[in-house]
Design a protein. Sequence first.
Length: 186
Amino acid sequence: MAEQKFLDRFLRDARIRRARPYVRSADVVLDIGCADGEMFRRWRGHIGRGVGIEPTLDEPRTGDGYELIPGRFPDTVPHGVEFDVITMLAVLEHIPPPDQARLAEVCASLLKPRGRIVITVPSPRVDDILHLLIRLRLISGIAAHEHYGFSPDDTLAVFPPPHYRLVRRQRFQLGLNNLFVFEMAT
């Protein structure tokens, strides 16, 4: 995993703060693309349990109330665990379009009734900014080349009704980032 620079951490922390209001006390949380598990460390004492999946990890890691699993979603999800919340913070745009429908189906199978999915995705304008910041060596932890031309509006098609109900859609960071919160239909 590439070492994160100040700006990488700043952007990550903003996404974590934006997602936090949609996670209830004692929730069991699955974080797809968990990186180093910082979200779970920040939410320690608030969530019941955290499971993170991250393709750049070399080996499993555990912390206070969470475990990080190397691999790709959905191939490495632990069996027999149901989640209250699934988070994908700056992840969905990295999933190849042919795999996005399967991702939504597997999420539905893992969520408890009325479970939530909390997603952040950047605006397409961000790619040009990211490439510049990478060239200036101000960020290192973002794989902008994997964005597949993803548009925030595509998120609605990946998580459509009737299985999913959009609870919140909001722009933040001067409109360069987008928050989506979906709830499973009962």
